[in-house]
Write a protein that binds this ligand. Structure first.
Ligand SMILES: Nc1ncnc2c1ncn2[C@@H]1O[C@H](COP(=O)(O)OP(=O)(O)OP(=O)(O)O)[C@@H](O)[C@H]1O
Ligand SMILES: [Mg+2]
Length: 255
């Protein structure tokens, strides 16, 4: 098992309700799992807990086993070794995730810096390769560009390039296509599918958009108020939802 999340609970502070309650799921090598649910259901909180990116005062219990190692128990230094190299991350807003003053290529190279043995030239070559893999037709031009010079779709491809540059086994994607128009959205989904098939990268794909999940995720977990209320093969869950909340989500989509 590549990723195994066991009884994950997240509480941002003592006064509020838990954002994630007793969430368990697992992901095999090369598998794509969709995580859906309405706004506020705890999808991002769960993803951040897996990556260890919650604010310091948030309380996390449970286990996040990546390749058998519990990421909730390792040191920050140890965790940083996993993030970027073994686990790549892609978020919703590519522009806000990037440093406006740093050339795109340098930002793609950032994840390669943990490989101390890599020379600057090797890093650059790998970044250009990743940009090409992310479907950018002119990797050299994108490498030299500043973020504001690129379209939203190109930026999201560059973010994906950064996420895959170090050859991760898992991508955690939090609403990766939500900020994009439908045409670009479809292109990015195709790119992710291709990366899954050719590089065998597993994906945890978070989205509130059931249509998008249906297109790319063979399996799905449905979250409501911090809990997973239903899980299974996407086709089956969408065709005959069992939980009232899943039925509601699907009905809302039809309407
Ligand atoms: N930084 C924070 N501090 C306190 N509470 C937070 C914080 N971020 C999120 N929450 C709360 O945690 C719960 C889960 O939020 P989360 O962002 O995980 O939802 P989500 O499913 O990702 O929603 P969306 O689809 O809008 O992104 C919500 O009740 C939210 O208000
Ligand atoms: Mg979210």
């Amino acid at each position: 098992m590549l990723l195994e999340v066991r009884s994950l609970c997240v509480r941002y502070d003592e006064k509020s309700e838990p954002a994630v309650r007793d969430v368990s799921f697992s992901l095999d090598d090369g598998e794509i799992l969709g995580l859906v649910g309405e706004s506020g259901s705890g999808k991002s909180a769960a993803a951040r807990a897996i990556m260890g990116l919650l604010p310091a005062d948030a309380a996390v219990t449970g286990q996040v086993l990546f390749d058998g190692a519990d990421l909730t128990a390792v040191s920050d230094k140890e965790r940083r070794k996993y993030l970027g190299s073994e686990i790549g991350m892609v978020f919703q807003e590519p522009l806000s995730a990037m440093d406006p003053l740093m050339r795109v290529g340098r930002q793609v190279e950032e994840t390669l810096r943990i490989h101390a043995s890599m020379s600057a030239a090797e890093r650059k070559a790998r970044a250009l390769e990743a940009l090409a893999m992310a479907g950018l037709p002119e990797p050299g031009a994108v490498y030299r560009a500043y973020p504001h010079m690129l379209s939203g779709g190109m930026l999201q491809r560059a973010m994906i390039a950064a996420a895959i540059a170090a050859g991760p086994r898992l991508l955690i994607l939090d609403e990766p296509t939500t900020a994009l128009d439908v045409t670009v959205q479809a292109q990015i989904l195709n790119l992710l599918k291709t990366l899954n098939e050719t590089q065998h990268i597993a994906m945890l794909f978070i989205s509130h958009d059931l249509g998008v999940v249906r297109k790319i995720c063979p399996g799905v977990a449905v979250m409501q108020k911090g809990e997973i209320v239903e899980t299974g093969e996407t086709q089956v869950v969408f065709q005959s939802p069992q939980h009232p909340y899943t039925k509601l989500l699907l009905a809302a989509k039809e309407g």
